[in-house]
Design a protein around this ligand. Structure first.
Ligand SMILES: Cc1cc2nc3c(=O)[nH]c(=O)nc-3n(C[C@H](O)[C@H](O)[C@H](O)COP(=O)(O)O)c2cc1C
Length: 198
């Protein structure tokens, strides 16, 4: 039986064709060049409610809110790597992505994301507008799920994909954002392939 390695891209922007979408797609293209399967979900396309702290997930391992999140969580469980991107909003992730992060708690009950490979991408309107703090929030989510975090690797080797752009698709002209996002996608795929070798 052929086992396909899958990398999920999650875009935390409400803008479906925005800069984060552009850079996460670039990362997924670099990943798929290594032979992995990829899928992209825009949080702007799906219905997400906030966690209401009902704690039902603590006893059942399932979320009691029936919107689009449980199906997205299932896709994360079925993949070997996750590339999560967010625009910088006040130095942090968007509220859409934070809602998904909080709603991922059911997966932590028995660590369903353990040892999956994770990488982060962030785009701000300014070069130093909070990309690293935003990436750090995504990394915290990944660490708390016991995932394995990778950065963008050599030659730049920092936190992940860091882009600059304001108007739709202006990040397409940002060489640093493109290079770091592509390198991140390649790194996530490389390690996911290595770890999945039987
Ligand atoms: C509510 C809000 C807050 C923002 N805060 C920041 C910020 O703190 N730093 C920054 O560099 N850009 C900030 N921006 C600009 C966005 O990060 C930037 O336009 C980004 O390209 C949007 O990504 P998207 O096209 O994927 O939605 C903010 C934008 C909005 C709407």
């Amino acid at each position: 039986m052929i086992f396909l390695v899958k990398i999920m891209g999650v875009v935390g922007s409400p803008r479906k064709e925005g800069n984060t979408n552009y850079l996460v797609k670039e990362a997924l293209k670099a990943a798929s060049n290594l032979g992995v399967e990829t899928e992209l979900i825009n949080l702007g396309d799906i219905e997400i409610e906030p966690c209401i702290a009902c704690d039902i997930c603590k006893s059942t391992g399932e979320c009691a809110i029936f919107d689009d999140v449980p199906s997205l969580l299932g896709k994360l469980v079925d993949s070997q790597g996750v590339i999560m991107g967010s625009p910088v909003y006040f130095g942090n992730v968007t509220s859409q992505l934070k809602m998904l992060i909080d709603r991922s708690r059911p997966l932590r009950m028995d660590f369903k994301l353990k040892n999956k490979i994770g990488g982060a991408i962030s785009v701000g309107g300014s070069r130093n507008g909070g990309q690293e703090t935003t990436i750090s929030s995504i990394h915290q989510f990944m660490l708390i799920h016991d995932m394995i975090i990778v950065g963008d690797g050599a030659p730049l080797a920092h936190y992940g994909g860091t882009g600059v752009g304001s108007t739709i698709n202006s990040a397409a002209g940002d060489e640093v954002g493109l290079e770091t996002s592509r390198n991140l996608g390649q790194n996530v795929a490389e390690l996911a392939l290595q770890i999945s070798k039987k």
